[in-house]
Design a protein around this ligand. Sequence first.
Ligand code: ADP
Ligand code: ZN
Ligand code: ZN
Length: 830
Amino acid sequence: MALFCDVALPVPLDQTFTYAVNGVVPVVGARVLVPFSGQRLMGVVVRVHEDAPVEEFEIKPVQQVLDDAALLPEELMKLAGWIAQYYVAPLGEVLRGMLPLAAEVKRHFSYRIAEQGRKVLYEGAMKGSSRRSKLSVEEQDREYSVLNYLEGGEAAKMSALRSATGANKGLLEGMVRKKWLLREVIAEERDARRLEKVAVLVAEARLPKLNENQTAILAELAAVGGRMRVRDLRLSLTRAGVPESTLGTLVKRGLVVVEEVAEEFHLGGVGAHGKKHAHEHALNEAQMEALGTIAAAMERGGFRPHLLYGITGSGKTSVYFAAMQRALDAGKSALLLVPEIGLTPAMAGQMVAAFGGEVALLHSQLTPDERAEQWHRIRRGEARIVVGTRSAVFAPMVDLGLVIVDEEHDSSYKQEETPRYHGRDVAVMRAKFNEAVVVLGSATPSLESWSNAEKGRYARVEMRARVADRPMPLVELVDMREEFRETGQEQIFSRRLIEETQATLDRGEQVILLLNRRGYSSTVLCRSCGEKIECENCAVSMTYHKPVSGNDAIAQPGQRLECHYCGSRRSVPKACPKCESEHLYFLGAGSQQGEERLQELFPTARIGRMDRDTVRGRSDMERLLARLHGGEINLLVGTQMIAKGHDIHGVTLVGVIGADFALGLPDFRAAERVFQLLTQVSGRAGRGDLIGKVLVQTYHPEHYAIQFAAKHDYPGFVAKEMQYRRWMHYPPFAVLANVVIQSEKLEEATAWAGTLGRWFQKARLDKVRVLGPAAAPIVKLKRIYRFHFVLKAERRQTLGETLRAMLAYAETQEIARRNLVVDVDAVHLM
Ligand code: ADP
Ligand code: ZN
Ligand code: ZN
């Protein structure tokens, strides 16, 4: 009886594909290589069966089975199925995101001598055929060496053949075509622990005379505690224009040594700073109670979701640690999801400090090899504590007992490409399939999670006071309309904020200022006709970035405009592209301008800036945080990055500039976002022994999001916001999907939007509200035109059925699947 297997492939099609089993019978959950429209793709077997497919077209055989056991455990296969169903996403694309990257299936070619080759070798026919051969004599000799080398009959790897005979791939493949050689493809698993180089500052060394570049390297190293990955160091040197050879010089002079150590997470000095680690605190009463609830659920066993609502500074991290320790004690593993490891390196650092070699880290800055390595460590049960970002929710944990989602409200948990899953919600399902306990933690829980707690689906655990009886900071609103009336000037910083900042700096304390826009100016506007300079690829304003004046004093004229969506750049035009007026001016101050202004206002302050332009990777962040912790920086300005969970004890003043920009956006989550941002950034003040203060500059002082944030009243905000959501039939009172129709051709996009619009009308859906078609808020993105529908339904099943029916109809209309983006539980409607 012929055997077949159904394979899920990473292609944007909602179906699996059938292949004939050829030799090795794969198990469900194993990876296979199969031919697919001229390419070779890696897929996952989802079914093995004997039902010969009815279609007349030829069923191709599986080329290679890569795993003899299921690579994905059963509960992850189930989870994949759930995601495909819930988010209306192709199963193969879901599975692709779950596997360690394709890097490890890089095929190794090996070659074996064939009958024909043996004949050639024995007959010594090489010379005889040379007249007919296109090959040079040299190449023919090389072929002969290859045959000689393989004569024993063993297969040899391409790399071995290359070094033994000098043959390259082309030559070997030529011999395969002549049937002199047989080629074999081997997929090797590689997970040997790799070594990496770390530059270490030699502390005792007496400093000889150094040049500027050498000093720069030493300062860089000193700033992060004397140790740094050579890889990271190189990056920042390149950025600073220091030649790479300088490091070598320092090594030669004995000032720096380069060590080889097993690759792991480096703390780069972050984590300690004289403070206790989160796991070293004796828990207070509220923390004990929270831990008690979670631990009891783990003891009982089985699936149990919790919402841990704990205000900023209530010590949630210590509870996570204690709960994870309990999981380990019970012989189970624990998974901690964080929004972005690079932004809160202290969290990962403390995990390593507490759990050492048990920890595996999974995040986007790993290379494919590193990721594969971590993946296998977890799969083998060597790492039972996993800390990672969104996709770590798929870590192949052994005996998973506990899943924690820190800052569960954070929108970075939502994946903005197919499959568009929400890491938090998948974490809950993951825990369900694993019969594990799950904890969603936040000071500002999402309305979805809060409502689940209200309904009793999640157990609610609360920590409503800061540790050590620290008070919440006082929040003061500064009405910027009044400020303008009184000063007659549009200023970034109000007089009140300047005054408080000066006073705080004078007391030797630290200040953080949130200016949630990067760049110098967010818009270039024509004063004559009102035209904004837009990106040529996207329907958005371009941001002005002031060139950083280098060492030479000559001002650079090239004023750079940058699109924050597609990254394209151009220079500021001489005149308005529409009316040719030369009166172009800049509008909307960003963090870069904020920094410049602060330098004028506080010339003696030690100012730092934290945004995507100054923080590119984890090491930048660590360095900046180390400088803050050490007091080297006493005034920090930055975008929402500064609002993340940093725990800097010297900060007593937080200033907020324009956190309410977002209130004007066409997005039903705008108020929730503003409330979250204000609460999170306010939470950075007064975390040490001194009481903190927050000044919020706003044009909407009466807005409820701002009012409730000023009073630290999350429950109050939620009650109000829930009313609005209920009236408007928005989540959590309805389920929602955003459907985007996209095409590079405007006519195509509009025509398809019309086609689907008519279908929605005809379908007369009484259980689904359809808004649209409308131009998407960003109608053109990366040269692609976008229209959208927003679908709202009371029941999830109705929504799913409607979306599937729409996709089926679209297929009959020859609208390709890749032109339709289905975003279930969309977080951004842009
Ligand atoms: P959250 O994440 O809830 O905002 P953190 O977990 O960052 O708060 O804790 C805030 C600060 O309190 C940290 O400096 C932490 O080390 C400290 N801390 C935690 N638990 C205790 C405790 N029981 N006693 C004293 N300090 C604590
Ligand atoms: Zn103009
Ligand atoms: Zn653009």
